[in-house]
Design a binder for this molecule. Structure first.
Ligand code: PEP
Ligand code: MG
Length: 927
């Protein structure tokens, strides 16, 4: 039978076993074993902690005490000092340390082993009375607080009084006599507060200290920290206790203590970074009692030690192959390393150090890629709020498109465009946005809505443009007519400045300072490596030539989704689209479409050329037509205003109401009001009224109870074939132009909302007819691929049959998620989904993170069935989840060829795609 081992000397513990020895203990063992100068010591395991905490009496088992005593004996031999020896005392620190670092959350005690007798030994040994009393008073206070529960304030009041009496500011300025008096007062404090004298027996001190550190694992601070950072028992269970021979940084001016990083954790620069204090103990650096100096000062102040520190820094990095965050003490000119751990860095530093450490041969490209969390790249791609600013948010919405934006509130797109053009920075604030607001998006720094979620119009468009967006901030009441927004007691008028943070969903009054983004050279290099390793291609969702250019800038390998309806929304096009919708006959519709044809052709030609030779997937019109018309409410309001205006123009209205309109106009509130009323042309107003009434009739006619499940996508293409015919012709003519210009275009035509193979056959026939015509007219042979979105559950079930015609599939996981859960993509995110995720009913918002177990299973089935029919079927995803790292891992696992996401997420997706490949062996799903 093997007996359990509770304690490991630093010379024997396994430096890789952080679970058993805690991170600090394991590293102390490892550093000792690779020959770094670590003070001798031992680790009591995390298992011992659990055994202790499991016992209701909270006693340390005798075996543990025996082992601890044996290790103390060994320490005595190594240090040639005696624990409790009044002539030559051994002092130790007792430090916590669990498998996952929880800085400052658990307790540590220094200078343990001091009592009234050993104190005299220490003074004799060091020939320094002041040092002895200083160490003693620190120990009494720390032990008193951590192990005996006496609050700091009881000690501090005495220390402060003595400092005042001695007229000094710093502890270091107190004399030996002052400190002796402090010690006496501190001992009294312990007696008074605990009812017992301070323990003189050093083994009793040690036992109490070990128990106190173990207990701190269940302290409130530590529990809250574990909850906050989701630290599970599998990751870290219990704390180890490290008992380490004390070394002193407060033994005079050849002694010091400091903390440092092997490289700068803010910039990544390969230069030692940190601070130190001469003649001080570690807690002085952390507590901020004295102001430490930058480590570079040490080069002048203690050049030989600085050289040793540089050497230590190099040794640590070359051993751990990672930036280290370490603590050290210099005792009478000898440097000791007390602790090391992997350094936490911001994204800039992580990216830079990854690339530089690879170049220095410290890590491989694969390791460099795995060091960076793809989500952290977001910090480098968008402006963000200055983390030092302390202002409180006034509203919370859904973080719909990342980045921070500051600007004047504007409540409609026309005004946004006007002010934007004049150089103003603005935030477009709407209840919700509509396609006709698109010009406002172009002009705005950011978009704020009080309704809608992550896949709402505002969110999707903002993301595609890389603009900040907070959506669905439901405690904001937006009144576009009064041009104001009300948030609690605050009334925000047009022109007031606000700040939105699309990464957190927070809204602030006034201007908060922001930090601009940086697409560094190192990031480009890192992403280049990612592209070499990844199997998945990363495409962008981009709908305009501007967005296509942006996609290329971010490194997209093609456009995976070009939503053609977005091309209809520009101010010069929407009226033609409205004409097309209002058309009474196919001929009238064709007249409007004939005007749209050259516009679409020009857009396609430009996009194809920007992306050549990479693929561009053009999706035929998808949204229901009513989305291009104002809402019924808006139309009714406009008609009412026009009628009043008509009455004025006829001279029937009283002068009072006329002057009201004049005021409105001067205030810029009613853009529908034309020239001064005495020059209003009644006929023009009357025409405008009939137009609006016609639109109202149409809007009512097109109204659907469930528009998302309604007359949209391929259903529209089949019932109004002229629309698809125009788009297909525009695509073909654009291909012909490119071919004639010798540009190697690579075009794919995609049909949305397909549920049956017959729908695809129908559209394919239309395409073939137009293809024959254009080939004859242009004397070219057109090359393109034909495919379908998979966003309807039936399409998944019938994938085998769809694959007979479709040469590629693209998962529209926005709609497919809606269909799978029966959750409205427009409403769920600001109604019940937050509760679902808070209560743990759902782990994630499925519109953001792919629901692998449900939607993912449908995808896996579709891939299998599709490729059974067409083995080399190209398959990708273009829903919003296509830019989410965890979802990308699944897409890799399930065998997709590409992911397509908004342009600013492309860098994140490129890194995630490489990581998916590197970690593929570890990926598992249980369906
Ligand atoms: C989808 O449904 O996932 C998709 C990409 O299409 P849209 O968001 O335009 O409906
Ligand atoms: Mg869709």
């Amino acid at each position: 039978m093997t007996t359990k081992k509770y304690v490991y000397a630093f010379t024997e513990g396994d430096g890789k076993n952080k679970k058993l020895l805690g991170g600090k203990g394991a590293n102390l063992c490892e550093m000792t074993q690779i020959g770094l100068n670590v003070p001798p010591g031992f680790v009591i395991t995390t298992e011992t902690c659990l055994t202790y905490l499991d016992n209701p009496q909270r006693i340390l088992p005798p075996e543990v005490i025996n082992e601890v005593k044996q290790h103390i004996q060994a320490l005595e031999q190594t240090t040639k000092k005696g624990f409790g020896n009044p002539d030559n005392p051994l002092l130790v620190s007792v430090r916590s340390g669990s498998a996952i670092s929880m800085p400052g959350m658990m307790d540590t005690i220094l200078n343990l082993g001091l009592n009234s007798q050993t104190l005299q030994g220490l003074i004799k040994q060091t020939d320094n009375e002041r040092f002895g009393y200083d160490a003693y008073r620190r120990f009494i206070q720390l032990f008193g607080k951590v192990a005996l529960g006496v609050a700091d304030e009881h000690f501090d009041k005495h220390l402060d009084a003595i400092k005042r009496r001695a007229a000094v500011k710093d502890d270091v300025s107190l004399s030996a006599r002052d400190l002796k008096e402090v010690c006496a007062l501190f001992l009294q404090v312990v007696q008074e507060k605990t009812g017992r004298p301070f323990p003189e027996d050093v083994f009793e001190q040690l036992e109490i200290a070990i128990k106190a550190v173990f207990n701190s694992w269940l302290g409130k601070r530590a529990i809250d920290y574990r909850r906050q950072f989701n630290i599970t028992p599998e990751q870290a269970n219990g704390t180890a206790v490290n008992v380490v021979a004390m070394v002193f940084g407060n033994m005079g001016n050849d002694s010091a203590t400091g903390v440092g990083f092997t490289r700068n954790p803010g910039t990544g620069e390969n230069q030692m970074y940190g601070e130190y204090l001469v003649n001080a103990q570690g807690e002085d650096v952390v507590a901020g009692i004295r102001t430490p100096k930058p480590v570079q000062d040490m080069a002048n102040e203690m050049p030989a030690l600085y050289a040793q520190l540089v050497e230590l820094s190099h040794k640590l990095e070359s051993h751990y192959h990672e930036v280290q965050d370490y603590e050290y003490t210099i005792e009478k000119g000898v440097l000791y390393c007390l602790q090391t751990r992997n350094g936490k860095m911001n994204a800039t530093a992580l990216v830079r150090t990854s690339v530089e450490m690879e170049k220095e041969g410290l890590i491989s490209k694969e390791q460099a890629l795995l060091r960076v969390n793809p989500e952290h790249l977001e910090q480098l791609l968008h402006p963000r709020l200055d983390p030092d600013s302390t202002t409180h948010a006034v509203a919370q919405g859904i973080p719909a498109s990342p980045g921070a934006a500051v600007g004047k509130c504007v409540f409609d797109a026309d005004q946004a465009e006007l002010l934007g053009k004049s150089g103003e920075k603005i935030i477009l604030v709407r209840e919700e946005t509509k396609p006709e607001d698109i010009h406002g998006f172009f002009a705005a720094q950011g978009i704020l809505t009080s309704r809608g979620g992550k896949t709402s119009h505002a969110a999707v468009v903002a993301r595609s443009m890389g603009k900040a967006c907070v959506a669905g901030a439901e405690n904001i009441h937006v009144d576009s007519k009064l041009r104001q927004a009300i948030i609690g007691d605050n009334v925000i008028q047009e022109g007031d400045i606000i700040t939105i943070d699309g990464s957190t969903g927070k809204v602030y009054l006034g201007a908060i300072p922001t930090i601009p983004p940086k697409f560094s050279q190192e990031l480009k290099i890192l992403l280049g490596w990612a592209d070499e390793i990844a199997r998945l291609k990363v495409m962008a969702n981009a709908d305009t030539p501007e967005a296509a250019n942006k996609a290329v800038e971010y490194g997209a390998m093609g456009i995976g989704l070009c939503r053609t309806e977005r091309m209809f929304n520009a101010a010069d096009r929407l009226p033609i689209v409205v004409e097309m919708i209002l058309a009474q006959t196919p001929q009238e519709r064709k007249t409007a479409l004939d005007q749209l044809l050259p516009i679409q052709r020009a857009d396609f030609t430009e996009i194809f050329k920007v992306l050549a030779p990479h693929p561009v997937t053009v999706r035929l019109l998808d949204p229901p037509m009513h989305e291009f018309l104002p809402t019924e409410r808006e139309l009714l309001d406009e008609i009412a205003h026009l009628r009043e205006l008509y009455a004025i123009s006829k001279g029937v209205e009283h002068l009072a109401s006329a002057s009201r309109f004049m005021r409105d106009r001067e205030g810029g509130a009613l853009k529908t009001i034309p020239a001064p009323f005495d020059s209003i042309n009644a006929n023009l107003v009357s025409d405008a009224i009939s137009k609006k009434e016609q639109m109202l009739r149409k809007a009512r006619e097109l109204h659907e109870v469930n528009p998302m499940l309604g007359h949209r996508g391929v259903r529209l293409g089949i019932t109004y074939p002229e629309i698809y015919a125009m788009q297909i012709r525009a695509i073909f003519e654009a291909i012909a132009v490119c071919q004639k210009d010798k540009v190697a275009v690579n075009v794919e035509i995609m049909v949305p909302q397909v549920a049956t193979a017959q729908e695809l056959t129908h559209v394919k026939k239309l395409i073939d007819g137009i293809r024959t015509q254009v080939e004859a007219e242009q004397n070219v042979t057109l090359q393109f691929k034909f495919g379908t979105m998979i966003e309807v559950v039936r399409a998944c079930m019938r994938a085998g049959s769809l694959a007979e015609l479709a040469e590629f599939f693209s998962f529209g996981t926005n709609d497919l998620t809606q269909a799978t859960f029966s959750f409205s993509r427009e409403d769920a995110e600001n109604k019940f989904l937050p509760d679902y995720t808070n209560l743990g009913v759902l782990q994630d918002n499925p519109f953001e993170v792919l629901d692998v177990k449900g939607v993912g299973q449908l995808m896996a089935m579709t891939v299998e069935r599709g490729r059974k029919t067409r083995p080399n079927m190209k398959i990708g995803i273009c829903g919003e989840q296509g830019g989410h790292p965890e979802s990308i891992r699944f897409c890799h696992y399930v065998g997709l060829d590409y992911v397509s996401c908004s342009a600013p997420r492309v860098p994140i997706a490129r890194l995630a795609a490489a990581q998916a490949k590197l970690l593929e062996q570890k990926y598992q799903i249980e369906w």
